[in-house]
Write a protein that binds this ligand. Sequence first.
Ligand SMILES: [Zn+2]
Length: 286
Amino acid sequence: MPELPEVEVVRRGVADHAVGRTVTSVEVLHPRAVRRQPGGAAELAARLAGRTLVAARRRGKFLWVDLDDGTALLAHLGMSGQLLVQPGDRPDEKHLRVRLRFGDDRSELRFVDQRTFGGLTAVDTADSDGERVPVPVVHIGRDPLDPSFDLEAAVGAYRRRRTELKRALLDQTVVSGIGNIYADEALWRARLHSLRPTARLTRPDVRKVLLAASEVMTEALAQGGTSFDALYVDVHGESGYFERSLAVYGREDEPCPRCGTAIRRSAFMNRSSFWCPTCQRVPRRA
Ligand SMILES: [Zn+2]
């Protein structure tokens, strides 16, 4: 799944190349891409026709475009979804699912998705923490790069939880945007093991891991995000290159960049956790 930096890269591209333009037509080439829209392709087209894209926004890994009637177009990137801004005469991508044309003939917005887990949905908005967001995003917490993110409130919320630290980091309702890759990187930077019980962490420890998450995601963003299979791309189809800067994620048996100990991999929720057994001590079982 793309995480916050990869989604932010796409958001910036949409903001630069699609915002301010008015939708003249919507073409759905695969019904799965609009399966979250109750009325399917016809409803999506009807809701978007004539609407101007007002702003490209993001909370955590959720990306949407505000429309000029107070509704929003929500993009679910899923595992492999891409939003591309392409000249109208560029041949269709093999996995093109939805096309938005604008009246100005400059370029079109294309939703391309190889595995079709993603899609586009036109949705209503509602209030969440003082701002209008798409209804499916109302329960999502602010992410660490949001100027309104409240670090101390998040620290308190984590310490009231009865869970393990990495599970808390991946829970998008308190703090959003952190997925498996950046959780492992943040835990390594903070020298905390993923299984540490949140209720027994000190405030400085929780603060440290959240600041580390913010720091690593900011660095990744500066490098265009992390790309593992060339599917996470910006609106021009270019991949980021933060993968080479990862300290532990995907680096089983390689030396820890800090102490040289071989990085370990453990099973975690159908995925993996990568960590340094020297820098990140395993908690004693209660
Ligand atoms: Zn180490």
